[in-house]
Design a binder for this molecule. Sequence first.
Ligand code: AHR
Length: 509
Amino acid sequence: MAKRAAMVLDRKYKVAEVDKRIFGSFIEHMGRAVYDGIYQPGNPLSDEDGFRRDVMEMVKELHVPIVRYPGGNFVSSFVWEDSVGPLELRPKRLELAWQALETNEIGINEFARWARKVNTEIMMAVNLGTRGMTDACNLLEYCNFPGGTKYSDLRISHGVTDPYRIKVWCLGNEMDGAWQQGHKTMHEYGRTAEETAKLMKLIDPGIELVSCGSSHRDMPTFPEWERVTLEHTYDYVDYVSMHEYYDNEADDVADFLAKSDDMDDFICSVISVCDYVRAKKRGRKKIHLSFDEWNVWFHSKAKEREIRENTPWGVAMPVLEDIYTFEDALLVGLMLITLLKHADRVKMACLAQLVNVIAPIMTEQGGGPAWRQTIFYPFLHASRYGRGVVLQPVIETPVHDTKCHERVSDMESVAVWNEEKEELTIFAVNRNPEEDIILTADMRGMEGYWLKEHILLEHADRKVCNSAGREAVSPQVVDRSELTEGILTSMLHRLSWNVIRFGKEKAGE
Ligand code: AHR
């Protein structure tokens, strides 16, 4: 016997407009993300600039509006000047974050060219680890100032006449972490970020700045880090960053899928701290959240340690190449639902990362065609159909307990209404490992909308993975939903990702 869940949808009750930048992603100079990932000169699959055409097509398929670059931990010793200008003059460098060799074949200008080709914006991170405010200002001047100054003219001499006008800038990366090159205390970082932000906004008042939050919720300095650093940076920054990766080391699917509740709790806590600082400052401005690293990450950790120990200083070593299971795709779907539910405060988010390194898109070593991991699909669906206004989720669902979580909802769901396109989409995950759910949704508040399709991602084997040439997990359109007189009835199988789409046109018209 299936369990039952219910929801009510009404166009009158809205959470917020989705900022499309919550479907952002991330490319770091590490592993095979850049070299062998987006860039592979000499491969017949690459274009005249050496960029992989098949990878670009998949990135475009995902409609990624913004990509964080160039790190990550990498940015904390990045010398951006090494990455621009004539190729033959660019030095090779020891890259300390991942103990690799950086050839600087791809730098700011090449990456900007790639970004233009895939229709995305850059979210640029500056090095506040081993460098500081002068270099951050110089990089901003190089990228955004029109001309007639040292660094803007340097850019022009490199063949880029028009400034890039990069809008979003991250003030360092995970500066609270002892592993970070140039790691800082909250007071040191707060002051550095404040002064850097102040100067950067003098150079270009149109930019938006992201202050580093905690590297994850279990950091010993969380949430004091957010309070102290934001008290310094409040006047100058627009966002605070959040990072979180989840694992299923314990191989407990119910507990693993409950981890999106931890993400929700993390988001709520950071919002509280932002609002506390706002109140203390008697401020008007709300600090928004940039969840600029999130994903599942654990499959590749042992191999990464082995590579670092046995073959340090390699170029494009296959590190952090998690091969994702079907259950990982479910958690990614749940995390997307969580981000959407917070559309009023989470304005940017980056699935970390995009190609080869903990990524939805993979290329084979040696140059075979690109392929889609299981996690590609929930991201694709959310990015494609999750733009519009998030409707207030009014949901009644059965619950279950897991090893570390109490009263976990069996069904997690959110609905996004795109008024302009006259489309409505319900995203729903049944995360109960044992039982199916019959969902009843009262949609009388969405009069005029017809059921278009029910897209499903499911697999009998929760450990199944995709691979080059074999897509074990891919979406199908199924006949498991029915809309009668404004009441939707949908069958949500245990462990399934469901995308139920509606439009003003009747299906087939
Ligand atoms: O995305 C991989 C790494 O995870 C990033 O470099 C770092 O910011 C985080 O710890």
